[in-house]
Design a protein around this ligand. Structure first.
Ligand code: APR
Length: 255
């Protein structure tokens, strides 16, 4: 990995504006499952058609709400690993460092990243299904659900509609402001660091191509190859928890 690290740090040292684009693999080392890893990925254990779209929620709100409650508790019991803290330590080495994440676990904010956009929403942002009235997740404290559990969703105090998670479900559009910020940042950054994504879900998967088309160097941290691997400038075939602290150490100690 040393040769790739050296090449990646050379790119980062020349960059003033860095975008870090993360996927579920970024949280794998904190014990939060990815979606598409064979055997352990959520989509190898659960059916996204039954859990991650509005129609599924209308059909069986208790099952969908139970599954997200399980994930909400899971991320609350987990901690951002040292790779998250490495990104925080790197912040002051750049004029701008924007984290663009597909993840809904809130770990980048929890670990102290100052500038984060969440393309797929957040497990913390519960709202009512019919009208989008915000629901404070404090109301869920103490509520438990197994991965296969069913929990009747609370009701909106304003309109009585069922409460849903504030994540972007399949078939739903991404939030406007995070998308505008992410696409604008990737359109002008000096380097793009991609961490832990299979790069198959659009529109987020478009970001590396936007950078590559404009000649912006792209570094990919992923223990497995993806559709990105052959196109990026540097592929670091390592776990985020190992690669990111090593990158930060090299970047922050080299003259
Ligand atoms: N460190 C870095 N990368 C890792 C690690 C790790 N420790 N472990 C696994 N990975 C890589 C896997 O090799 C895979 O390429 O992380 C990637 C995870 O891919 P996915 O599970 O597809 O997650 P992601 O790319 O974020 O999925 C995008 O799909 O289901 C939707 O909304 C969901 O946001 C999600 C989107």
């Amino acid at each position: 990995m040393n040769a790739e690290l050296d090449r990646a740090v050379a790119i980062l040292k020349d960059a003033k504006k860095l975008v870090v684009s993360t996927g579920a693999g970024m949280s794998r080392d904190s014990g939060v499952p990815t979606f598409r890893d064979a055997m352990t990925g959520l989509w190898s254990r659960f059916d996204p058609h039954e859990l991650a779209n509005a129609q599924a929620f209308s059909r069986n709100p208790a099952r969908v709400f139970g599954w997200y409650l399980w994930r909400w508790n899971l991320v609350h019991q987990a901690q951002p690993h040292s790779g998250y803290h490495a990104l925080v330590h790197m912040q002051d080495a750049f004029e701008e460092l924007l984290v663009v994440t597909q993840n809904v676990d809130g770990f980048h904010r929890r670990s102290g990243s100052r500038d984060v956009v969440e393309l797929h929403g957040s497990l913390e942002a519960f709202r009512c299904f019919d009208n989008g009235h915000e629901y404070d997740s404090v109301g869920l404290t103490g509520l438990e659900a197994g991965a296969d559990g069913e929990v009747d969703p609370p009701r909106c105090s304003i309109c009585g509609s069922a409460i849903r998670p504030g994540v972007v479900w399949f078939g739903e559009t991404l939030p406007k402001e995070p998308v505008e910020r992410a696409w604008a940042a990737v359109g002008q950054c000096d380097a793009l660091l991609v961490v832990g994504t299979s790069a198959v879900v659009y529109p987020a998967a478009e970001l590396p191509s936007i950078a590559l088309r404009r000649g912006c160097p792209v570094i990919d941290v992923n223990p497995d190859s993806t559709p990105l691997t052959n196109d990026v400038d540097v592929w670091i075939p390592e776990r985020a928890e190992v690669a990111l602290p090593a990158l930060a150490d090299l970047l922050l100690t080299s003259s």
